[in-house]
Design a protein around this ligand. Structure first.
Ligand SMILES: NC(=O)c1ccc[n+]([C@@H]2O[C@H](COP(=O)([O-])OP(=O)(O)OC[C@H]3O[C@@H](n4cnc5c(N)ncnc54)[C@H](O)[C@@H]3O)[C@@H](O)[C@H]2O)c1
Length: 424
């Protein structure tokens, strides 16, 4: 019996335990672990408890405050059974009987726990973006393929009823061929103090930085605020805009962009953040060009109605799509707008789908391969911005064509003792 089969049968043994959920239905109890007990780890876990049939057996964080609060919160929800606490994800992944793990660390800490979880035969719910760099993403896709386990990546907007119905409407043909897509999320971030200072006593900053550069700690690069720091989150497009790039790919069935161009920079927030406060990226997919735009500065947009969303420009109609709404704008003077409001709990649906897949070994909506394409698209935009403005992507080769400066950015240097998982 090889290691994978053995671990698989251990997991199968563990599913013999059954719990009764709020709805009264009995379900096999899945033993879950959580790596990264910050904001979104809690959101995913809350959804898992709402879906029912889970026990949180282990939690891991490098901030003892986050760790303790999370352990206490979920112990209270499972009749006082406290999850075991770890500061080292490698120890958590070795927990006997563990079946599935939620990875909700910042992006620079996704790849290594993910690959180790694959090696240990665990099912995985991994938050977006799949990886911090393109080469990590390739290694993760490969590890998941070899392991053959259930892996769901946290692009929960794939479950949005509004986006799904808009996709059906577009596929039905009424708007005509989609000729162009624009997407945007403009907002004013609440920025923290960027002055370096000692990290909180509860936080192991060296471990938090892990394989990424160890920058001097400040509140603006630490918990939650890392998203606009280049070394950790890599900016608004990679953090939040990626949801729309993934949604556009899903709605239109697009694969990978062939050419990506980007322009932008820091026009007002220099010294406060290290990623663009203004950005325009142009993705040439085979079927359609997609333009992303964000500004994190200045006065609000002309209308808040479309601040967060995607515009699909068809031959006959324009469709604006957001989380809980889509709007059909027909051609012709004074043509009325048709507004369709549809809301559902996409997060709950995405996590529930994962848990059902763990029980029944069924398919999930966002595989690592799919998440890799969306993640790579936004990475390519950031690489283009840093290396002359334009890159040509050869997905088959996993390479940027004829641009060594850009190609060098597909894989970052790891800080020791951590080793980059992509060998090539
Ligand atoms: N799907 C979505 O809509 C959505 C929304 C928000 C965040 N996210 C994703 O969720 C992830 C977490 O984001 P967040 O907003 O919760 O960040 P956060 O900073 O609030 O939480 C991250 C947690 O991970 C911990 N951590 C860091 N390094 C660790 C390590 N080596 N081992 C264990 N724990 C470690 C931190 O101490 C912190 O508690 C990110 O990948 C983010 O992109 C997804």
């Amino acid at each position: 019996m090889n290691r994978r089969v053995f671990l698989g049968s251990l997991a199968a043994g563990a599913t013999a335990l059954r719990t009764r959920t709020v709805s009264g239905r009995s379900k096999d109890t899945i033993k879950l672990g959580l790596v990264g007990c910050g904001w979104y780890g809690g959101v995913v876990l809350d959804a898992a408890f709402k879906a029912g049939g889970v026990e949180l057996v282990a939690v891991c964080d490098v901030d003892s405050d986050h760790l303790d609060r999370t352990a206490q919160k979920y112990a209270a929800l499972q009749s006082g059974r406290a999850p075991t606490r770890y500061q080292d994800w490698q120890e958590l992944l070795a927990t006997p009987g563990l079946q599935a793990v939620v990875i909700a660390t910042p992006p620079h800490w996704h790849a290594l726990p993910f690959i180790e979880a694959c090696r240990r035969g665990l099912d995985i719910y991994c938050e977006k973006p799949l990886a911090y760099d393109v080469a990590e993403g390739r290694a993760m896709v490969e590890a998941a393929k070899t392991a053959g386990r259930i892996v769901q990546v946290g692009f929960q907007r794939r479950q949005s009823q509004a986006i799904r119905q808009a996709a059906e409407y577009i596929a039905g043909g009424a708007p005509g061929r989609i000729l162009a897509v624009d997407a945007q999320i403009h907002y004013s971030p609440r920025l923290a103090d960027p002055t370096p200072k000692d990290p909180p006593a509860t936080l192991d900053w060296d471990r938090w930085c892990g394989p990424a550069p160890k920058l001097p700690y400040s509140e603006q690069v630490g918990h939650f605020n890392w998203r606009l720091e280049k070394a950790y989150g890599n900016g608004h497009l990679v953090d939040w805009g990626i949801h729309w790039i993934d949604a556009i790919r899903t709605v239109l069935g697009l694969d990978a962009p062939r050419v990506v161009q980007a322009a932008g920079g820091l026009y007002q927030l220099k010294g406060r953040i290290t990623t663009p406060d203004l950005l325009t990226a142009h993705f040439e997919f085979e079927r359609v060009p997609v333009v992303w735009r964000h500004h994190l500065i200045g006065a609000p947009e002309y209308t808040q109605d479309t601040n967060i969303g995607m515009f699909f420009y068809g031959e006959k109609e324009t469709i604006f799509v957001s989380d809980n709404r889509y709007v059909v704008v027909s051609s012709g003077k004074d043509a009325p707008k048709r507004v369709v409001e549809l809301s559902n709990d996409a997060q709950l649906a995405h996590v529930s789908e994962f848990l059902e897949a763990v029980r029944a070994r069924t398919a999930v909506s966002c595989t690592p391969g799919d998440a890799y394409r969306s993640t790579t698209a936004v990475h390519l935009a950031m690489i283009a911005l840093e290396s002359g403005g334009r890159v040509e992507w050869d997905e088959g080769a996993g390479q940027i064509r004829d641009n060594p400066r850009a190609a060098a950015l597909l894989k970052r240097e790891y800080r020791g003792p951590w080793k980059h998982p992509f060998a090539g």
